[in-house]
Design a protein around this ligand. Structure first.
Ligand SMILES: CC(C)(COP(=O)(O)OP(=O)(O)OC[C@H]1O[C@@H](n2cnc3c(N)ncnc32)[C@H](O)[C@@H]1OP(=O)(O)O)[C@@H](O)C(=O)NCCC(=O)NCCS
Length: 196
């Protein structure tokens, strides 16, 4: 299954991605590891296996790929899927050499569309540590509402961090899904694509 807006492409991670994924995480360890505890300097094959396997346990992991060059740009997806309440957590990271050109915004937009339209989830939460200005900016560009600051909500390394709860409901994404022409499309091999 693939999601694309014409510029980036989201697809499931596989064991064959291990080398490039490890290189991307290690390259970005300082910037990503500052906010996401799993991005350690010794990130390795066991971590890739756990990430790939997370799709079998209800998560919706995606690699972010440059559609033209096929370079790995980062990762995004939905986790902590709560089927009883039709809710999930939406996350993203972008390798340091690819930040600052709209990759996270594009990726998060595709994942939010996928969550709302393809999975029929109602509430998508973006939990952003206070001080993570880049992630705050991505959430704001998506149109997520800030609902409050949760004390010590995240544990990053040994640091407890307050975090702002942002959420997207279907009404928040419907407007831009239409603006960006996001729609389901059955491609070759049953792939789901979203033409931009
Ligand atoms: C947060 C992150 C994913 C952003 O990736 P990105 O691809 O650079 O984001 P975008 O290019 O889509 O930027 C979105 C907006 O953030 C703004 N932004 C980027 N860095 C910023 C910063 N340090 N301070 C304030 N705004 C910032 C950009 O200017 C852009 O807004 P604009 O288009 O109006 O100029 C990336 O920095 C990252 O991987 N950080 C570490 C992991 C992380 O924090 N993940 C989120 C956990 S909740």
């Amino acid at each position: 299954m693939e999601l694309t807006d014409g510029t980036i492409l989201l697809r499931r991670p596989t064991p064959a991605d291990a080398d490039v994924l490890i290189a991307a995480v290690r390259e970005s360890q300082r910037e990503v590891g500052r906010w996401m505890a799993w991005a350690r300097a010794d990130y390795g094959r066991a971590d890739v296996d756990a990430y790939v396997g997370s799709a079998r346990h209800g998560d919706e992991p995606f690699l972010i790929i440059d559609r033209g060059s096929r370079m790995l740009l980062g990762g995004t997806g939905l986790n902590q899927v709560d089927g009883a309440n039709l809710r999930a957590n939406l996350g993203y990271w972008v390798r340091t050499s690819a930040t600052g050109r709209g990759v996270a915004t594009r990726a998060a937009r595709l994942v939010a569309w996928y969550g709302h339209v393809q999975l029929s989830l109602h509430r998508l939460e973006l939990v952003v540590a206070v001080g993570n200005a880049a992630s705050e900016a991505v959430a704001a560009k998506l149109g997520a509402s800030v609902e409050g600051v949760l004390r010590d909500r995240l544990l990053v390394g040994s640091r407890h961090c307050d975090a702002a709860m942002h959420a997207l409901l279907p009404g928040d994404t419907a407007g831009w899904a239409q603006r960006y022409g996001l729609r389901a499309w059955r491609g070759a091999g049953g792939a789901t694509a979203v033409p931009g």
